[in-house]
Design a protein around this ligand. Sequence first.
Ligand code: UP5
Ligand code: MG
Length: 193
Amino acid sequence: SSKEDMTVCFILGGPGSGKGTQCAKLVQDFGFVHMSAGDLLREEQQRSGSEYGELIQNCIKEGKIVPMEVTIGLLEKKMIESDSNRFLIDGFPRQLDQALAFEKEVVESTLIIYLECSEEVMLKRLLKRGETSGRIDDNTETIKKRFKTFLEHSYPVVEHYRKIPNKVHTISSEDSVEEVYAKVKPIFTELFK
Ligand code: UP5
Ligand code: MG
């Protein structure tokens, strides 16, 4: 499919704000392809023979951002391989230069959902998930680093897009999964159904 009829939504928010959870629901209702940048990086890290394995592991463990060449490459590959032309990009772009590069090299985003959540709630969710997730970054020390990276580097992406009228939909994600989705769904119904 050509760039013109591609729809890309960025689903942004801090660590544990519920990006993956809300994307899973949008996939069911609207037939988007869900692309979690973090999941793609974790897959690549585990792929035998990956030249980026160690780099990715170190960044994730330290709550740092993987160089964008790696992430954009993985996203682009998945988009090309897909039959769909509707994509939810979860947890990317994480830095302003990534947003600008992706939109120049790949495609412009249609809209941004920003899931707003307090660190207190996110910490609680991530520590709970850490009991079973096996994720090397679901521990208090790394979570603190992830919060810092989010505030310093990723939140400015949201602020950047707020300059464009009607582009960013900010939704509080402190309530239950269903209550959050009740606010997310109408935005997609209006635009994509
Ligand atoms: N949960 C979800 N919603 C809830 C609700 N409303 N009420 C109660 N509980 C709720 O949810 C987290 C947990 O909370 C789950 O247990 C869920 O059941 C519960 P989830 O939907 O997984 O939240 P999400 O925002 O997706 O959290 P995640 O931990 O995935 O966010 P991060 O942004 O931290 O992680 P990601 O995988 O995107 O990135 C990990 C690392 O990869 C980054 O730190 C970075 O090092 C690297 N990375 C890059 O370098 N570049 C990228 O582009 C992407 C990642
Ligand atoms: Mg996630």
